[in-house]
Design a protein around this ligand. Structure first.
Ligand code: ATP
Length: 300
């Protein structure tokens, strides 16, 4: 029997204007519980505005937001306070309180506080006043505050900002672990190479509109693939492959096939013609390349 997936976030017809400027035009998207969703797009696309609206922090002009089927607006946000943890822009840090005291503002559970402190390796400074924290330490505390209550939905705006590579890795690991246990994440980031390692779904925003929503599996299908082959006799290799109808071109000392093809028969075609193969590489466009291509195609 197929399990019906619970809708975590549903946004319908969201519109937001600042003065005469419309910054969100008819934004629609939906995702289910347990997913890690990447919200990506150029500077000023509207990602933070969407996140603030999801948290009921921003009055919108039109549209409907539901989290776990409950409505969210500036006047209705019970579900947000009970089920959502978030870090938007910079963490709100009180300079004279320690990191530990910040966590105590959110939960009474010492077990959960210890868990999050350990997860981010904040033991050495968690009892120091936060005014003595570096940018990265404050960022980690902000993320810890979003997670410490074990909310069902976590919204993180550029969480990797200011984090060192080990902390980025630790954060990635923690997000994946929590998602496996059912936590849903909506994460915006410009570091697409990092995002790509963990997300299940991408929502691409451009100029206040959802340009596309795709699963990573769908993305991988649309990513262009190419094959690079180097042989002892490229000129003859090119002729042999063209004769066998492969879409091949010669570039420098390599033969390039810019379409997905089955590798074994192609290599057999060369070997049967007694052409020695020196090197074979398969490439696939990464998330960043595909998204930049899609944005460029839209502008063309
Ligand atoms: N309070 C505000 N008053 C006027 N305009 C605003 C306000 N907040 C955001 N905007 C405008 O709304 C648009 C979307 O901004 P938003 O911060 O949502 O973009 P973003 O996708 O998060 O960008 P970035 O990647 O740079 O963080 C921008 O053009 C921005 O100038």
């Amino acid at each position: 029997m197929q399990r019906i997936q619970e809708s975590m976030v549903r946004v319908v017809g969201l519109r937001k204007t600042f003065g005469r400027r419309t910054v969100l035009h008819d934004v629609n998207f939906e995702f289910s519980a347990g997913k890690i969703v990447g919200l990506v797009g150029p500077n000023g696309a509207g990602k933070t505005t969407i996140m603030k609206a999801l948290l009921g922090l921003l009055a919108t002009d039109a549209g409907n937001i539901r989290i776990l089927s409950q409505p969210v607006s500036v006047t209705t946000h019970t579900v947000v306070t009970q089920q959502v943890g978030a870090l938007i822009e910079r963490p709100a840090i009180y300079p004279f309180l320690s990191g530990w005291q910040h966590l105590q503002l959110i939960t009474n559970s010492v077990v959960q506080m210890k868990w999050v402190v350990q997860a981010f390796q904040m033991e050495n400074y968690i009892h120091r006043p936060a005014k003595r924290y570096s940018l990265g330490m404050k960022q980690k505390l902000g993320i810890a505050m979003a997670l410490v209550n074990r909310p069902r939905l976590v919204i993180l705006d550029e969480p990797m900002n200011g984090l060192d590579p080990q902390s980025v890795k630790r954060l990635r690991h923690l997000i994946v672990q929590l998602a496996r246990k059912g936590t849903t994440f909506l994460i915006s980031s410009h570091i697409l190479s990092e995002l790509e390692k963990i997300i299940d779904t991408v929502i691409l925003i451009d100029q206040g509109q959802v340009l596309l929503q795709r699963t990573m599996a769908q993305f991988q299908e649309s990513a262009r693939q190419s094959l690079m082959i180097r042989t002892m006799e490229n000129a003859r290799g090119l002729r042999v492959l063209l004769r066998a109808d492969y879409p091949v071109v010669q570039r420098g000392s390599d033969l390039i096939v810019n379409k997905p093809v089955a590798l074994t028969p192609l290599l057999h075609t060369l070997l049967d013609a007694h052409i020695q193969i020196l090197k074979v590489n398969q490439y696939q466009e990464d998330l960043e390349t595909v998204l930049l291509r899609l944005l460029a195609e839209r502008k063309a």
